[in-house]
Design a protein around this ligand. Structure first.
Ligand code: FAD
Length: 485
């Protein structure tokens, strides 16, 4: 029978027995997020309010235990994993929408609010919360802020950073600070901008004042079906080059369709090489004009078909196919490794060719479904981790794909963050001096040693052994021996 440590006992004393999880079998669900890596926390603490968060951090600091914030654990870069054990602070009990100010188009929310719940609440006020990650049924606003989440509809509205006005932050020493303001442009440095996208390394967001946007009065959703991925990618580049910024511009390839269609019956043709989901919204007249222009551009690239959703139900159905795509891939293989690269949109056709070539060379099925309008690729390598060597093969292929994105003038993450997964790729795009500057910025928020350690910066930068080409597989080996699964 496991006995509680002094750390566990003190956490229980602070927030109650029901809010502290420390038995091995209960810790299981916190050892991974949506990616391959594993990390084993010693204890999970579930605060009810800001004071709890502050108290928990101080207790962890007193015991020299590391602290890792966690939302829904849907992150795809290992950011919410306890890389050095310690305390995971799970924000899921702080899930209240505190107020909606329809006149000023803002909402004050706790970080554990699920993205879709905020969207539905905004809808009741005739408004919308624009960032809509495909994981929106589960992921939290705190996680979205940490990762600067995007989504199909952030092409026109911008990613999370454009929608956060202020945050309450508990820093790594347990101090509570409000950063930002409800006015749109506060004098001084943009510290909210530093917090958004900081991947949970500068503090724990305990409240956020977010921007809501008007709901469009009209929307047109088009499905364009192509017999070649290159034609579909060229159509994407042409739409973007035309100067029109659609509300959404997503691509789904044949492998993804094969997974999605049998379960969701979205009407994506099984023999198509790729489909594009394109949406324009706004006032009726604008939608009519832009919709017609977009359709004529799509038709220039010899689609088999371009059709529009005729009603709300059909539109929802098409989007269900896109947003349910990753889940549906379980039909094909038990494991996936979802990559997140970003490239200049004009490079999409060549980079996609390279992705398929790499996957074939490594004998891995690859499914692509992604925010094409942003040039944000999500090749999803499918495998069975029980097959000897399969995980290593996937990680090597993933590294090559990332390298192709960087060589094409892109970057190693479009929206999922660097986290634990891609920290050793950071020197591909930043110099030592750049990384030192970033670390100084991080340190300005508070002590860094034990706060969400081993994230973003390469091994050797305050965590683990030196050497940049520390392969993700080695990370698994490193953090995995204690792993339960
Ligand atoms: C099927 C699927 C589809 C996805 N689609 C998209 C997509 O379209 N767009 C997109 O951007 N992402 C997408 N993602 C990735 C993921 O959902 C997002 O990164 C999301 O923002 C993570 O939210 P979370 O609550 O799950 O955070 P977690 O995974 O729990 O944590 C992510 C990071 O945030 C930090 N964190 C969590 N809460 C806080 C807090 N309160 N304060 C400070 N730091 C915190 C954690 O430490 C960690 O570093 C997808 C994931 C899946 C599984």
């Amino acid at each position: 029978m496991k006995t509680p440590t002094a750390l566990v006992l003190e956490l229980i004393e602070a927030i109650g027995e029901d809010a502290v999880v420390w038995h091995d079998e209960d810790l299981l669900v916190y050892e991974y997020d949506g990616t391959i890596d594993r990390g084993n926390p010693d204890v999970i603490a579930l605060p009810a309010d800001t004071d709890d968060v502050s108290a928990l951090i101080r207790i962890a600091n007193k015991h020299g235990a590391s602290v890792t914030p966690r939302g829904a654990g849907t992150g795809l870069s290992g950011g919410a994993l306890a890389a050095k054990g310690g305390v995971i602070i799970g924000m899921n009990r702080m899930r209240r929408i505190l107020s909606v100010d329809a006149e000023n188009k803002t909402a004050l929310v706790q970080p554990g609010v699920v993205n879709l719940d905020l969207g539905l609440e905004a809808e009741r006020h005739g408004l919308a919360y624009a960032p809509d990650p495909s994981s929106q049924r589960a992921c939290t606003i705190g996680g979205n802020i940490a990762e600067n989440a995007g989504g199909p509809h952030t092409l026109a509205w911008g990613t999370t950073t454009n929608h956060v006005l202020a945050v309450e932050l508990v820093t790594a020493d347990g101090e509570v600070q409000w950063i930002g303001h409800d006015t749109r442009d506060e004098p001084g440095y943009d510290l909210v901008g530093c917090v958004v996208g900081s991947e949970g390394t500068v503090g724990i967001v305990t409240q956020a004042l977010v921007r809501l946007v008007p709901r469009p009065s009209a929307v047109r959703t088009m499905l364009a079906v192509y017999d070649s991925v290159r034609d579909a990618s060229n159509a994407v580049s042409a739409v973007v080059a035309s100067g029109i910024v659609p509300a959404a511009l997503e691509m789904i390839d044949k492998m993804t369709i094969a997974a999605v269609e049998p379960v969701l019956n979205t009407g994506f043709p099984l023999d198509a090489e790729a489909v594009l989901l394109v949406e324009v919204d706004g006032p009726e007249s604008q939608v009519e004009a832009e919709g017609a222009r977009v359709e004529s551009i799509l038709r220039r690239f010899e689609p088999r078909e371009v059709r529009s959703a005729t009603d709300h139900e059909e539109r929802e159905h098409l989007w269900a196919g896109r947003k349910g795509a990753i889940g549906a891939l379980g039909q094909i293989m038990p494991n996936y490794y979802l990559l997140d690269g970003v490239v200049p949109r004009t490079k999409l056709p060549d980079v996609l060719d390279a992705v398929y070539e790499i996957a074939e060379r490594y004998r891995l099925p690859v499914a692509n479904m992604f925010h094409a309008g942003d040039g944000n690729l999500h090749p999803c390598l499918l495998f069975d981790e029980r097959e000897p060597g399969a995980t290593a093969r996937v990680l090597d292929a993933g590294g090559e794909i990332m390298r192709v994105c960087v060589d094409a003038g892109g970057a190693i993450t479009g929206e999922h963050g660097v986290g634990l997964e891609k920290r050793d790729y950071l020197p591909w795009i930043f110099s030592e001096a750049d990384m030192d500057a970033m670390k100084s910025l991080r340190a300005a928020f508070g002590p860094t040693e034990n706060f969400n350690p081993c994230k973003i910066f390469p091994a050797g930068h305050g965590c683990g052994e030196a050497g940049h080409q520390h392969h993700a597989q080695q990370q698994i080996a490193k953090f995995g021996p204690k792993a339960f699964v």
